[in-house]
Design a protein around this ligand. Structure first.
Ligand code: NI
Length: 256
């Protein structure tokens, strides 16, 4: 079945139909979902979802957009919450230089602190990195980060960067962007990457694949992403789904 490795079902975009939507996942072939936290507010909401739904797991961490409220007490609290038995990763954490705020030094500080948290917890990381390839790579490939494993969510960098990341235990999350008309760079990366490094994801409610681009996204659209990867790789969508499910199971330690 499909292993959805990145969605935000605590988002208000699902307030009107969350229950029906999540109840429909299994019969539509979605076997597991990782609900990824981004804000401090999302942590308890995400844990509550994992308690309610069997197929749901959480990733706990703070997105670079929300790190201005961080302090060491909050980090201690986050680490306790991330010990939850259905929390399978630390994330999403990283760097986002698309907008000038929050400042880059502050982003780097809390990215590194959350990476060390993942190391202490011995959990993989889910990384958000936008317009920040150089600093992201510098941090991830540094000596103190040896042993860190995880996924580059919504991978958007070059084949060259992918080669560097493959020297460490990093996987690549592929979502709706691969179906977009202007996705040439990502298509090249998918062509290059071996199947055992790929994971399926949506980033719902964002980044709905073609022909739903611009609409609210959900894990039910993952077959469209799997079909596009299958086309690039010259295999079947069924194979894409099976291999990525196995990859996710291994990385996140979730039994199938
Ligand atoms: Ni996300």
């Amino acid at each position: 079945m499909i292993f959805e490795t990145h969605a935000h079902y605590d988002d208000e975009a699902y307030d009107n139909d969350r229950e029906e939507l999540l109840a429909s996942m299994k019969k539509n072939g979605i076997g597991h979902i990782i609900n990824v936290c981004a804000t401090f507010d999302s942590v308890e909401k995400s844990i509550a979802l994992t308690q309610k739904y069997d197929l749901m797991y959480s990733a706990i961490g703070i997105h670079p957009d929300d790190i201005e409220q961080f302090d060491d007490d909050k980090l201690g609290w986050l680490e306790e919450r991330a010990k939850d038995e259905k929390c399978v990763a630390v994330g999403e954490i990283g760097l986002d230089y698309h907008y000038p705020e929050p400042g880059r030094e502050l982003q780097k500080e809390w990215f590194e602190k959350q990476l060390f948290m993942a190391k202490r917890l011995d959990k993989p990381v889910i990384i958000h990195s936008r317009d920040a390839a150089e600093d992201t790579m510098k941090i991830l490939l540094s000596k103190p980060m040896e042993g860190i494993r995880g996924v580059m969510h919504c991978y958007s960098y070059s084949v060259e960067t992918a080669k560097e990341l493959m020297k460490r235990d990093f996987m690549f999350g592929i979502g709706g962007v691969v179906t977009f008309k202007n996705a040439r760079k990502l298509v090249e990366a998918v062509e290059y990457l071996p199947m055992d490094r790929l994971l399926l994801e949506t980033d719902s409610p964002y980044l709905a694949p073609t022909p739903h681009r611009g609409e609210r996204n959900s894990s039910l659209y993952i077959p469209l992403i799997a079909e596009k990867i299958a086309e690039i790789k010259g295999i079947t969508a069924k194979e894409v789904i099976a291999v990525t499910e196995e990859n996710a199971s291994k990385l996140f330690g979730v039994a199938l």
